[in-house]
Write a protein that binds this ligand. Structure first.
Ligand code: URP
Length: 376
C-alpha cells in the first residue's frame, strides 16, 4: 500500500485468495477473463524508467465468416499533477504536456490507435475552491490552444487519435466549458464535445465555472471506429450513455476526476453497465493522487483521486483496473465485431420500448405531469 491507500483491488484479491477460489471470484466479479496482451520489452522498460504502470489486455470476439475482425487498441492514461498547485500556471501546463508526452510515446510503442487522457488533464482539479484565479487561466481555446497544438503533433507523429479533455475558453461567447477535443490521427481536429451534466455534489463546485454542454451527443467517425466522450458526471446518467450509443458510438470514453469517499463503490459498475446496456465498449479513466490546493480559502484538498481506470465490454466482462495510486497506461485491444455479436445475442436495442418511453417521457417532463399511479 502507498501511505494509507490500497494500491489495487485485484492485487489484494490475488495476494489473499487461493488459486481455485480466485479464478471463481474473478469470473463472478469481472466476467470472462481478459487475456494479457504481449507488450514490447522497450515499452515495458520505458514505463518502468518513467515510473508509471503499464498493463495490457485483449477482448476477443468470435471469428465471423463474412466480416474480418475489427481490432483496435485503446490507451487510457491516468496521472498525478506534476508540479505543486502554486507553481506558475504555464509551468504547470508545460510539465503536464511533457509527462503526457512520455506516456504517449510508450502508447505508440504498444501500437495504440486511440488514446484518451483524464478530465481537464492540463490542470489540478481545483473546482472545489470556487475561486476563479488562477484556475480559469488554465482554460484554452479548443481550436487554437497550445494543448490542442501539442496533441495534434502527437497525433501526427504516432498516427494516433487523441482525445484531449480540457478546460475550454470560448472567446467568442466569453464562456468556459468542460470539453473534450477529438483529434484525428491525421492531426486535424475532428471536433469537440462538451460535458453534458455538471455535478452539484460534495466539493464538486463545477457549476461555478461552466454550464451544461450544448454539443448534444456527438459521435466522431475515426479511422479506427466511431467514438464518443461522456465526461465524468455524465456516467451517472444512463440516458446520456444511451444517446451516444443511439448516434452510433462503438467506444465511449469516460474521462473523469472523482474521489474515493464519494463515488468508488459506483465506479466499477456504471461504465460497465453502460457497455452491457448499449452493446458497446466503454473506457473509464480517473486521475490519481491527493491534490493540495495551497493557500486557498475553501478547501485545501479534495480527497483521494483513486485512478482504477478500466475498459468494459458489451458481453459484461471488464479488464482489470490500473492502480489506485500510480500513474498508468492501460492498453486494451478490442474487437469491435463483439458489439454486433452481443447485440444479436441479447437484442437490447430490438427489445427496448423506445417509442413508448419517448412518449411517456415527453409527458413526464411537462409541468402539469400526473404520475400514472392507481389508488384504491
Ligand atoms: N468531475 C466530476 O464531474 N466529478 C463529479 C463526481 C463524480 O461524478 O464522481
Amino acid at each position: 500500500m502507498a501511505g494509507c491507500e490500497l494500491d489495487s483491488l485485484e492485487e489484494t484479491l490475488e495476494t489473499h485468495l487461493p488459486e481455485a477460489e480466485l479464478r471463481e471470484v474473478k469470473r463472478i466479479l469481472f466476467g470472462k477473463q481478459t487475456e494479457k496482451l504481449d507488450l514490447p520489452a522497450c515499452a515495458v522498460d520505458a514505463a518502468s524508467e518513467r515510473n508509471f504502470e503499464l498493463k495490457g489486455y485483449k477482448f476477443e470476439a468470435t471469428q465471423e465468416q463474412l466480416r474480418p475482425p475489427r481490432k483496435v487498441r485503446v490507451g487510457l492514461v491516468q496521472n498525478h499533477i506534476v508540479l505543486p498547485t502554486d507553481a506558475p500556471v504555464l509551468d504547470q501546463i508545460n510539465a503536464m504536456h511533457s509527462r503526457i508526452g512520455e506516456i504517449v510515446e510508450v502508447a505508440a510503442m504498444c501500437g495504440v490507435n486511440i488514446v484518451c487522457f483524464q478530465e481537464t488533464w492540463t490542470m489540478p482539479f481545483a473546482f472545489c475552491t470556487r475561486e476563479k484565479e488562477p484556475w480559469t487561466e488554465f482554460a484554452e481555446s479548443a481550436e487554437d490552444g497550445n494543448t490542442t497544438h501539442f496533441c495534434q503533433e502527437l497525433a501526427r507523429k504516432y498516427n494516433m487519435v487523441v482525445v484531449s479533455p480540457i478546460l475550454e475558453r470560448d472567446e467568442q461567447h466569453s464562456t468556459l466549458w468542460n470539453t473534450a477535443v477529438v483529434i484525428s490521427n491525421s492531426g486535424n481536429m475532428l471536433g469537440k464535445t462538451r460535458k453534458n451534466h455538471i455535478p452539484r455534489i460534495g466539493d464538486f463546485n463545477e457549476s461555478t465555472y461552466y454550464m451544461e454542454g450544448n454539443t448534444g451527443h456527438t459521435v466522431f467517425q475515426t479511422q479506427f471506429g466511431r467514438i464518443a466522450v461522456n465526461i465524468c458526471y455524465g456516467r451517472h446518467h444512463p440516458l446520456n450513455w444511451f444517446m451516444y450509443s443511439m448516434n452510433g458510438a462503438e467506444i465511449i470514453f469516460n474521462p473523469s476526476a472523482t474521489v474515493g469517499a464519494l463515488s468508488e463503490p459506483m465506479w466499477a459498475i456504471e461504465a460497465r453497465n453502460a457497455a452491457i446496456a448499449n452493446h458497446c465498449f466503454t473506457c473509464a479513466i480517473n486521475r490519481v493522487g491527493t491534490t493540495l490546493l495551497f493557500g486557498f480559502t475553501a478547501h485545501h484538498d479534495f480527497g483521494h483521486f483513486y485512478g482504477s481506470s478500466y475498459v468494459a465490454a458489451p458481453d459484461g466482462s471488464r479488464s482489470p483496473g490500473l492502480s489506485r495510486t500510480r500513474d498508468g497506461l492501460l492498453v486494451v485491444e478490442l474487437d469491435l465485431n463483439m458489439n454486433r455479436q452481443i447485440s444479436d445475442k441479447w437484442s437490447f436495442k430490438m427489445t427496448g420500448r423506445y417509442a413508448e418511453y419517448a412518449e411517456e417521457l415527453s409527458a413526464a417532463v411537462r409541468h402539469d405531469f400526473k404520475p400514472n399511479i392507481v389508488k384504491e
